[in-house]
Design a protein around this ligand. Structure first.
Ligand code: NDP
Length: 245
């Protein structure tokens, strides 16, 4: 493990899938990590145990990011547990509720916008205050290829992810002078619970002809969080086997 960090990292939706891989990667780089989850306490605790077994520090934190109070709750808990500011925020938690636009219900629309866009906005707003004081920080938003190009049946998800990309770019230019970077990663088809029901025939549309792994997404996040990425901000890094090319 690398040197002691002067801050901690928060990864939302880290009980499984891409978020769990990101949390493990950041812990390997020496970040004490908050493992946020909504319902899967066993998954979150398994990620914490794995990180601790490898000599890292982690804490499971329940909160629904769609809840307006979640940002304060999560940051206060992490700041007190690790006695340090949160200097890395990875907005990873996300859901999809697919239907074609003529049948898409208000509930499905609101659930996806609240979780995938409003939650990351509130977390970003809360994260920036201590980052501005520290003149240091990294925010990485997990968007999607669907925020860049159309996919039938996902108007709510596409609107949320395209909005997340626009939020990323705007926040990035607002804080660039203060040593803080804000970037997005846009995964394509990644093998997780979210894509478990999707027909593998669709893989023929992916130039790489295979799904990606959560670790391949985590490697990009790890780079954007690293000191080496200090001049990368407002960027959208596609991790999609060529799907958006
Ligand atoms: P999974 O469905 O495998 O995992 C989702 C994670 O998010 C779980 O840890 C879940 O917690 C958590 N979560 C969901 N809703 C909330 C909430 N309201 N508050 C807090 N945590 C929540 O998803 P993936 O790992 O596949 O996706 C992660 C991110 O990557 C998402 O933003 C997704 O949109 C994006 N993405 C995924 C792609 C893919 O192909 N898989 C492609 C492009 C983007 P719990 O387990 O407790 O429910």
């Amino acid at each position: 493990m690398s040197a002691e960090r002067e801050g901690s990292a928060l990864v939302t939706g880290a009980s499984r899938g891409i978020g769990a891989a990101i949390a493990r990667a950041l812990a390997r780089d020496g970040w004490p990590v908050g493992i946020n989850y909504r319902a899967d306490i066993e998954g979150a605790e398994a990620v914490v145990s794995e990180i601790e077994r490898d000599g890292g520090r982690a804490l499971a934190l329940q909160a629904d990011v769609a809840d307006p109070g979640a940002a304060e709750q999560l940051f206060a808990a992490l700041e007190s547990a690790f006695e340090a500011p949160v200097l890395v925020l990875v907005n990873n938690a996300g859901i999809s509720r697919d239907d074609l636009t003529p049948s898409l219900g208000d509930e499905e629309w609101a659930a996806v916008i609240d979780t995938d866009l409003s939650g990351p906005f509130r977390l970003t707003r809360r994260a920036l205050k201590p980052m501005l004081r520290a003149r240091s920080g990294r925010i990485v938003n997990i968007a999607s290829v669907v925020g860049l190009r159309a996919n039938a049946g996902q108007a709510n998800y596409a609107a949320a992810k395209a909005g997340l990309i626009a939020l990323t770019k705007t926040a990035a230019i607002e804080v660039a002078r203060r040593g803080i970077t804000v970037n997005a990663v846009a995964p394509g088809w990644i093998d997780t619970d979210m894509t478990a029901g999707v027909s593998s025939e669709l893989l023929s549309a992916v130039p790489a002809r295979r799904a990606g792994t959560p670790e391949e997404v985590a490697a990009c996040v790890r780079f954007l969080v690293s000191d080496e990425a200090s001049y990368v901000t407002g960027a959208v890094l596609s991790v999609d086997g060529g799907l958006a090319a």
